[in-house]
Design a protein around this ligand. Structure first.
Ligand SMILES: Cc1cc2nc3c(=O)[nH]c(=O)nc-3n(C[C@H](O)[C@H](O)[C@H](O)COP(=O)(O)O)c2cc1C
Length: 156
């Protein structure tokens, strides 16, 4: 199984979550850490940051929640991504507070709707700015990764 993990992390919480998720997921994984300019261009990567999703069985997207929404860098990335239609997608978000989960999830569904992907899993980790990103929560992310692998192995 070949997966792509695309994530954006400013203070490191989403990065830790992404690493734990990847440990559980296993298989072959390519990584893209988003570092976008305000115009949504991926710095130092490609002049126009489209990425072809075709070679990947599973497309994994991670970001932190900003003003109760999926971070605009990830949202911009998804909108620009080519050949996402019909792809299996797993999403993990982190946010300071639990109450942002549902708002962010609604926002995510709205963004993904335009792309017609198959969302096979969603995870939200509350961090309280990193203070509550415990080993237990990282273990849960590893389990989320294993769950995604099992779903992929079972097929449709
Ligand atoms: C400008 C800004 C806005 C934020 N807005 C929210 C928010 O609306 N809801 C929330 O739960 N957390 C919010 N947070 C907290 C981050 O989502 C949280 O700390 C996250 O884990 C950071 O991830 P990172 O360490 O990968 O950058 C905000 C943080 C910043 C800096």
């Amino acid at each position: 199984m070949k997966s792509l993990i695309v994530y954006y992390s400013k203070t490191g919480n989403t990065e830790k979550v992404a690493r734990s998720f990847a440990r559980g997921l296993g298989g072959e994984i390519d990584w893209v850490k988003l570092d976008l300019s305000p115009e949504g261009i991926l710095k130092g990567f490609q002049p126009k940051f489209t990425l072809d999703a075709r070679p990947y069985d599973l497309f994994c997207l991670g970001a932190w929640v900003m003003v109760m929404k999926v971070h605009p860098f990830l949202a911009a990335y998804i909108r620009e991504c080519k050949n996402l239609e019909g792809k299996k997608v797993a999403v993990f978000l982190t946010g300071g507070a639990s109450f942002s989960r549902n708002h962010a999830y609604e926002d995510l569904l709205h963004i993904l709707e335009e792309k017609k992907v198959k969302l096979i899993g969603f995870s939200y980790t509350p961090t309280l700015l990193g203070l509550t990103l415990t080993k237990g929560k990282l273990k849960k992310m590893e389990q989320f990764g294993r769950d995604m692998r099992r779903i992929m192995e079972q097929g449709d």
